[in-house]
Design a protein around this ligand. Structure first.
Ligand SMILES: Cc1cc2nc3c(=O)[nH]c(=O)nc-3n(C[C@H](O)[C@H](O)[C@H](O)COP(=O)(O)O)c2cc1C
Length: 199
């Protein structure tokens, strides 16, 4: 029940806080992302001046069903940032766990100096609607166009519309990886099916 504060309420809050403090351990605010990262970890490809590049990305979220809109944080420190801003297109490629160590290497190096497709053994495949390449080793590839840059200056957030989606039927029941920080990943496991009205 809510209502106006009563005498003694302040003390109850104090007791609750001190109990919480004795049970709970304070988490540094800089570690919060490790709890909330949605995953799956994906690769994002771009192409500028006929040069393909690929980066690793885990800070993304769905924004709408159809057309599918995805919000992505692509740091302005990344080489991919300038290509995405200039070309306004990219591919989100979704790797399965078998590709995990390559995904980490992609995310620990920059395309400024090397062609990561070549050096890390990834296969660029032509996309249909965008110049950025698909990644042949990924089980899903989403061709995307930038539709909103309103949050780029402040947050490096791009809103992407998925305009074409591809699935590799040869990769059966792929298990995605989810980033928990500092080289820790959770791998998709058991599927449970519940009665839910949510599409
Ligand atoms: C697991 C993992 C997740 C990452 N997630 C993001 C992300 O969401 N956004 C981002 O800007 N960089 C992210 N990075 C870092 C970029 O992948 C990294 O800076 C990359 O080397 C940039 O490549 P580029 O300079 O060729 O664009 C991530 C790296 C790893 C290993």
């Amino acid at each position: 029940m809510t209502g106006s504060p009563k005498p003694g309420d302040d003390r109850k809050v104090e007791v609750a806080v001190s109990r919480g403090a004795s049970i709970m351990k304070e988490l540094p605010l800089s570690d919060v992302y490790q709890l909330l990262e949605p995953g799956p970890v994906v690769l994002l490809t771009t192409q500028q001046n006929a040069r393909p590049n690929v980066m690793t990305m885990s800070w993304h979220m769905m924004v709408d069903f159809a057309p599918p809109l995805v919000a992505c944080v692509v740091s302005s420190a990344d080489f991919s940032f300038a290509a995405l801003l200039a070309e306004q297109e990219c591919v989100i490629a979704i790797p399965a766990v078998e590709l995990a160590s390559t995904v980490v290497r992609v995310g620990n190096s920059s395309g400024r100096a090397v062609d990561k497709f070549k050096s890390l053994g990834l296969t660029p495949l032509p996309a249909e609607s965008v110049s950025a390449p698909l990644v042949g080793e990924c089980f899903a590839n989403l061709e995307c166009r930038v539709v909103d840059t309103g949050m780029v200056d402040k947050y490096d957030i791009f809103i992407l519309e998925v305009v074409k989606a591809w699935i590799d039927p040869a990769q059966k029941q792929p298990r995605t990886i989810h980033h928990h920080g500092y080289g820790n990943f959770v791998v998709d496991g058991e599927t449970i099916v519940l009665d839910s009205k949510m599409p």
